[in-house]
Design a protein around this ligand. Structure first.
Ligand code: THU
Length: 142
């Protein structure tokens, strides 16, 4: 069984939200004009950011959450404490279905996803709540 996700301190959450909100500014979203920033807190205490990166062939574009997790995985991180996602709408946006599955691959059901709105207010849900009864690596035959 993977380890239980550790809680996030107030100081970590402050940094996590600041970095996710800042990352919105790095989105490449000329088609939707919908800026999304993401930041992951790794188990080792590092912060890894992402933003949505769109493409002229629309379906090829990638969400902020998947950019952040892909970057973290390739940097060698294996365990994660929390994710923050920031948009310019209210109420806060929540990760799309594809991103929920992508996040689930690398996290446990108690992993928290903090969702920030245009005013910097957040709601938080676990990945288990966002994607119940999910399919994951442990479900594949050995
Ligand atoms: N988007 C994200 O980056 N994350 C989400 O959770 C929802 C949607 C992006 C994809 C696309 O670039 C734009 O927002 C509009 O859908």
């Amino acid at each position: 069984m993977p380890p239980i996700t550790s809680p996030v301190t107030a100081q970590e959450l402050e940094i996590l939200s600041t970095k996710a909100i800042e990352a919105k500014g790095r989105a490449y979203c000329p088609y939707s004009k919908f800026h999304v920033g993401a930041c992951i807190l790794t188990a080792s205490g590092e912060f890894v950011v992402g933003a949505n990166v769109e493409n002229a062939a629309y379906p090829v574009g990638t969400c902020a959450e998947r950019v952040a997790f892909g970057t973290a995985i390739v940097a060698g991180h294996k365990e994660f404490k929390a994710l923050a996602v920031a948009t310019d709408i209210r109420p806060a946006a929540s990760p799309c279905g594809m991103c929920r599955q992508f996040i689930r691959e690398f996290t446990t059901p108690s992993f928290p996803v903090y969702m920030y709105d245009a005013d910097g207010a957040y709601k938080v849900m676990t990945i288990g709540e966002l994607l119940p009864d999910s399919f994951g690596p442990e479900d594949l035959p050995k």
